[in-house]
Design a protein around this ligand. Structure first.
Ligand SMILES: [Zn+2]
Length: 213
């Protein structure tokens, strides 16, 4: 798939190789792009972020880890593909805080776990004018002519526009549950998720109306 400025995953990968991005990172960019359906700039940033977080945790390949994405954009896919923290295995929490940042930690039986957080460092971003313009949604960013240079700054910059910190990550305690039934739709739902006997999809998260044919 071609994105702005004629960029394709193939072109992004060629640019990565030319800029000396390590081969294992190139492979991750390829795998993430395939999953995401295209090489988004934020996704490529995410590859560097997840790589740094896993290195910071001294994680071994295949190790069971937990992750938080503070945005819905791009970063959840990098975490799912590289670290196998997925929505479905419940090891990925996605916040809609809008901060382009992730945190990762190991499992813990305590209420907190030592982890690492990677974010975009606004002071360091000043050294990357094209990336800064794109990241800040600046009107000066011209998608047609500046997308190539944008990838060049991301791939050449690597970790140099990011910040790394050690954090204590809070866990939601695992809740015991038993099956109940929604008074409205009659479908089986964990009792802990019923509100006044009604499931969320029959309540404030109702998203469809039944159709009669
Ligand atoms: Zn219901």
């Amino acid at each position: 798939m071609t994105i702005d400025g004629g960029m394709t995953t193939g072109k992004v990968l060629a640019q990565a190789a030319a800029l000396g991005v390590p081969e294992h990172m190139q492979r991750m960019i390829g795998r993430c792009s395939e999953f995401h359906t295209y090489s988004a700039p934020g996704l490529v940033m995410g590859v560097f972020m997840v790589d740094w977080a896993m290195e910071g945790l001294h994680a071994t390949p295949g190790e069971k880890l937990f992750a938080v994405s503070e945005t819905r954009k791009c970063l959840p896919d990098a975490l799912q593909v590289i670290a196998h923290c997925t929505i479905g295995n419940n090891r990925l929490r996605v916040l809609n805080a809008g901060r382009f940042a992730i945190a990762m930690n190991r499992p813990s039986t305590a209420a907190t776990s030592e982890g690492v957080r990677i974010s975009v460092d606004s002071a360091r971003l000043e050294a990357f004018p094209t990336l800064r313009a794109w990241f800040m949604h600046d009107r000066a960013f011209d998608r047609k002519t500046m997308t190539g240079p944008l990838f060049e700054e991301i791939l050449g910059g690597g970790r140099r526009f990011l910040a790394f910190e050690r954090v204590m990550v809070r866990f939601d305690p695992k809740q015991e549950w038993s099956a109940g039934r929604c008074d409205c739709c009659g479908e089986a739902v964990p009792k802990t998720l019923l509100r006044a006997g009604v499931c969320a999809a029959c309540g404030d998260q109702r998203y469809y109306e039944p159709q009669e044919f």
